[in-house]
Design a protein around this ligand. Sequence first.
Ligand SMILES: O=C(O)CCC(=O)C(=O)O
Length: 388
Amino acid sequence: MGIAARRATIMQRQRSNVRDWVRNNNTARRVATTLLMLGIALIKAVPPLRRMVPTQVRLFAQSWDWEMLRSAITSFGSRIYIDQPCVMPDPPTWQPLAEVDEQWRLSEDQIRSFYENGFLGPLTLCSREEMISLREQVWAEIEQPSKTYGFVTGRDRHLDCPAVWDLIKRPEWTERLAQLLGPNLQLWRSQLFLKEPGAPEVTWHQASTYLSEEGYKATLWPTDRNELFQLTTWIAFDDVDYDNGNMQFVKGSHRRINTAHIGAKDGGGFARTRFKLEADITDDKVVNMPMQAGQFVIFSERCIHGSPPNASTDRRRWGMAFRTIKPSVKVYDTELRHHVMYLREEYSLENWGAVVLRGEDDAGVNRLTQPPSAGAASSAEPPLQAAV
Ligand SMILES: O=C(O)CCC(=O)C(=O)O
């Protein structure tokens, strides 16, 4: 290694030591956050300054609205919106947004209940017996390195695992989704959520445009973020109940995005980021969602959700989340690498694309890719780690 390369490596290591020190020292983190937010507020307030700063800083000032900056600055870096604030008004009617075959039709009561609670389920994708026979093939494919990202991951496996795609393209799911979100649907993200016996809880959280991933800018760019523009579906691959960590929702909590107390001593967290959502979560509002393998729940990510630990000694809890949007929602910006701040993970977007799940692309804002075709499974490689 040459002198210049060695110097660059040393400087990089020093920078990351400083970053870790700031993260782990609560006062330093709060001072750094407050100063950063004051700087961003200045750039936001004085438009000519935006032309003089790097793109990342400009996007930061664009993505963080005044309420987000005010909260961070006045709380001295402890009360942070982990996603962009928005509200979710009721639709003008409880009529479905898409024409579907009679057998998949949601009743007015189901649509109203979705808007009242923020979630709808359980619904059935396939029989328990069918899921049990199919899931081995899904697992065998997910264990292989992702063709999208080049390593073993639980992220976006609908893009390269035929067994995943074959399972989800069914009308039992797509036709229900279309009635809530609209006739044209794109799938932009999927994620494996595996809890082996003894695995910890997933802390209460909520999301709107997934700003918490990059931290400085949104992942989703809807034309109006108050609209219902995205829905997540969580499919049970195993039987799930409270003991092995079923999904939980706080009913009615989708109407607003809450701040989080960063570094809260009694908080949970994702990876090394500790936080506690500042919301009124009382037992009477918490709904458990036990499901049989083959069932699913549809929810707005704005609805506060999480799951208890897998307290069983011998029952795995395997679910997968599928995130869908209206085609008018732009996913990612122009970047070709996506960094998930709270997981400290980075994904190349070179091979990523949104997939048309139903209808057509009537907006043309996203890079599209084809779903995998049956029989295209890849060859043997290292096994999947438990927590992906
Ligand atoms: O699987 C879980 O327990 C959490 C899933 C989740 O947070 C999500 O799908 O957004």
